[in-house]
Design a protein around this ligand. Structure first.
Ligand SMILES: C[S@@+](CC[C@H](N)C(=O)[O-])C[C@H]1O[C@@H](n2cnc3c(N)ncnc32)[C@H](O)[C@@H]1O
Length: 277
């Protein structure tokens, strides 16, 4: 199933390869994905029972509306799409984008409006990025789109159906894993920078994720193994991350990584696939 959102670090291109490294009986328990982002992996594997989580409350609000109210959120998105497409010039389209951005930033983070605006901004902003300033306001510029990308109600309903047996949490990854039981499988896709832009873990997401967080995650994976819980983690292939995750099983995989919107920014890079089994 195709993700509804584009998200930095999306795993769509390597979902199959990551999946081939899951334990054979990964779906006997609950599938847990504590850094859901665009949800490419979750949608690729179609789990029978799952928990998805993220620290970004507006993203979690979006998934909650897709799960519980697919038709109202679709209708709201279509209203925005029609209004966007009715603007005849690039200047008017940009003005409308800025209007949506302002409305999103002042909307209640648990509202239907916020959920629909998040989708619209994801489609219309530069490169589908999600970035917030220090005041917590979404600040990605207009992506110069001419028309709102097409969306079918069936696409929203399909994701909604899959979310029916999924618990959605707005929490830090450590809290999310507290609900794991023997037989469950956890896939962590934390924020990390692609190696070819920088080798350090500075924040590129709305929510900062630094070396201390990476160490916290590596320790958590070791502890989970001690409690019989299997987990996999993706990361950038740098000496720093190889060192942080050294107590776990590490292998490198090739990943086509889209760094910029232009084809010249694409390229195959090495990524780490870390497991505690
Ligand atoms: C690399 S993205 C996940 C990409 C996603 N798996 C996909 O394929 O599209 C990382 C996500 O982690 C979230 N995040 C950052 N810090 C977090 C934390 N401490 N706990 C949980 N989620 C966090 C971000 O909001 C972001 O959505």
């Amino acid at each position: 199933m195709k993700p509804l959102l584009k998200w930095a670090g999306g795993k769509r291109a390597i979902a199959g390869e990551l999946f081939s490294n899951f334990p054979a009986d990964w779906d006997t328990g609950t599938y847990i994905e504590p850094f859901i982002g665009g949800g490419a992996m979750f949608l690729h594997i179609n789990p029978k029972k799952a928990v998805i989580a993220d620290l970004n409350k507006r993203l979690i609000n979006f998934y909650t509306y897709v799960k519980n109210e697919p038709e109202p959120i679709y209708a709201k998105i279509m209203d925005i799409a029609k209004r966007f497409n009715r603007n005849s010039t690039e200047i008017l389209k940009k003005e409308y984008f800025l209007e949506i951005r302002k409305a999103f930033n002042s909307s209640e983070s648990t509202s239907l409006e916020s959920a629909a605006y998040l989708y619209a901004l994801n489609k219309l902003c530069f490169n589908g990025l999600y970035r917030e300033n220090s005041r917590g306001e979404f600040n990605v510029p207009f992506g110069q789109k001419k028309i709102f990308p097409a969306l079918e109600l069936a696409e929203v309903k399909n994701v909604s159906l899959l979310l029916r047996n999924t618990k959605i949490m707005n929490s830090d990854f450590e809290t999310t894993t507290k609900i794991a039981k023997a037989g469950d499988f956890i896939y962590f896709d934390p924020p990390y920078k692609p190696v070819n832009t920088s080798s350090s873990f500075t924040s590129y997401h709305a929510v900062g994720f630094d070396i201390e967080d990476q160490k916290r995650l590596a320790e958590l994976m070791v502890d989970l193994a001690k409690n019989g819980l299997r987990a996999m983690c993706s990361n950038s292939d740098t000496p720093v991350s190889r060192d942080i995750y050294k107590e776990l099983d590490i292998r490198a995989i090739r990943a086509p990584r889209m760094v910029s919107a232009k084809a010249s920014g694409r390229g195959s890079i090495s990524e780490l696939l870390v497991t505690n089994y």
